[in-house]
Design a binder for this molecule. Sequence first.
Ligand code: PLP
Length: 358
Amino acid sequence: MTALVSATVEAAALRHNLAVVRRLAPNSRVMAVIKANAYGHGLVAVARALDGADAFAVARLEEGVSLRQAGISAPIVLLEGVFDAEQLEAAARFGFELVVHIPEQIEFLRHAPGGATFRIWLKLDSGMNRLGLKGPQFAAAAAALASLACVRQPIRLFTHLACADEPRLAATTEQLERFGAATRGMTGERSVANSAGLLGFPGAQADWVRPGLLLYGVSPLPGSTGSDHGLRPAMTLRSRIIAVKDVAIGEQVGYGGRWTAQRATRLAIAAVGYGDGYPRSLGSGAPVLVNGVRAALAGRVSMDMIGIDVTDLDAPARGDAVILWGEGLPVEEIARRSGTIPYELLCGISQRVAVELR
Ligand SMILES: Cc1ncc(COP(=O)(O)O)c(C=O)c1O
């Protein structure tokens, strides 16, 4: 039985995008960011498809454990580190690399289980004011970590860019300067660039790049799509038409009657809605592909359904394919129209959507 709504993920596209990243940053190793279920693409399946990555990064311990339990043996970095002794013990057992961004995490390491050793990424807060230690605290943490027997030396050094998707702002240059100053004289490998940094700031590539979005074939830069950067969208969200009907001039469609037929209209109802993660904020006029041809939403997005004006299409019928984003319809365009970012749409695919890697 084929699912009515599915997100198909192309392994070949993921690998192609990794190759593009390698061409963009030929002197860096690639830490593939696959947190949040690989941005909705399927954590383990994506890790398997991207087995050419040099390391994986996840946000939470549980994500790393799922990868190890599925047999993924590549280095795995926990981007937020651990938050108690029990998590540190699990990190040792599963061989995770740890980010340190608060002094308490150094205290956990002081009491690490005997014999355990850890690869540490010390995080500088270079201006984002989210995670990381600022200048003097960063230097003190580096010194403290250098003295711990359980820490593999030299420690690695990293920071995260807040505004790399807006290259005209001075913020990124300032962050890079602060990172350069704080790490001067330290020998450990460095990592700075996320997807936007990788595209817009070649000087930020350092020893490791940390792309997420680019690997999924999507552009982090406003006004461009992945294909502008030679990428291929990995995910295509698909549904099918479940009913076709005629609507007379003046009749309204959907909740709130927000769309009124201005002509005799052929309306297709497709099985997808906000219950699948398709945004309700998309109003009438938003594009979908019906049998590969653009058509427009008519009326509000419901929990399980959308209406599509297919009057100008060639005999659309029940069972026909509808693409919500992906192949031929960039998720960047849908995100823009719904007032959000592609990250949120991709991560927001709901549990009832079958995610299939092929
Ligand atoms: C610390 C860190 N590095 C890298 C990334 C990857 O970002 P992007 O998907 O924009 O490449 C993220 C994602 O939010 C992150 O939190």
